[in-house]
Design a protein around this ligand. Structure first.
Ligand code: CTP
Length: 221
């Protein structure tokens, strides 16, 4: 791929987990490290794209001048930032592990433990960022999603691809050694909306990012 393959393209990337506030000291979150999303942002930026990286709380760093980083905490904040950034974008890659639910009434003061008492949290569903962008997507905009599955992987991934109106989906299975949140490696299958799929061997997240961006660049030509 030449250096400037994505030159002039605007790409939105969501990355990392979201934190859903329970009270001032507690949240609902997940183990996403953001590594995959940050690797994607770097590859896109190196290929000349103007990247908006919307990330949940992670310890990853960004240094590339083509990356505009927006730090958010909750799914709602990520959703608002993604909707705004997608308006004039050529593509969005949704790699964030968005929390599906948030506490209905986050407390302003720390919840106190009352000895022996149970606590029930009432949870509300969060917006589906991928599906929302899939609804407003214009013909030329490309949408890429991820599916991390534990069983019946291809079936679940294809269902998400259709449900969210994606152009392709990156499937990784937790059954594959070295794939998933906390590893520096990943093993993916890319499934296109045409039904065509490409399976890749286990690679570093940098190399996986390059494979994904190659597929995206083909669609953006
Ligand atoms: N996604 C999103 N917003 C959400 C949930 C998911 O943008 N609220 C995106 C993810 O970033 C990913 C894709 O949708 O690209 C699939 O995420 P996943 O969590 O696997 O999908 P869900 O619809 O939550 O499906 P389920 O939890 O039933 O597996």
């Amino acid at each position: 791929m030449t250096q400037s393959k994505l030159s002039g393209k605007k790409i939105v990337i969501t990355a990392g987990p979201t934190y859903e506030k329970i009270d001032p000291v507690r949240f609902i979150g997940n183990y996403s490290s953001g590594k995959m999303g940050f690797a994607l942002a770097n590859v896109c930026a190196e290929q000349g794209a103007e990247v908006t990286l919307i990330t949940g709380p992670v310890s990853q760093k960004t240094t590339h001048p083509n990356i505009k980083r927006i730090d958010v905490e909750s799914a709602e904040a990520m959703y608002q930032a993604a909707l705004t950034a997608f308006t004039d974008a050529d593509a969005a890659i949704l790699s964030a592990a968005v929390a599906d639910f948030r506490p209905a009434s986050p407390m302003d003061t720390k919840i106190k433990r009352e000895s022996g008492q149970e606590l029930t949290l009432h949870l509300l569903p969060n917006p589906d960022i991928a599906a929302a962008l899939g609804c407003i997507k214009k013909e030329k905009q490309i949408l890429v999603g991820f599916a991390l599955e534990t069983d019946d992987e291809a079936h679940h991934a294809q269902d998400k691809l259709k449900r969210k109106n994606l152009d392709f989906i990156v499937l990784n299975s937790l059954r594959d050694k070295g794939a998933g949140f906390s590893h520096d490696t990943n093993k993916i299958t890319i499934i296109h909306k045409s039904g065509e799929s490409v399976a890749y061997p286990l690679k570093s997240k940098q190399e996986v990012a390059a494979d994904i961006v190659n597929q995206l660049a083909l669609l953006l030509q």
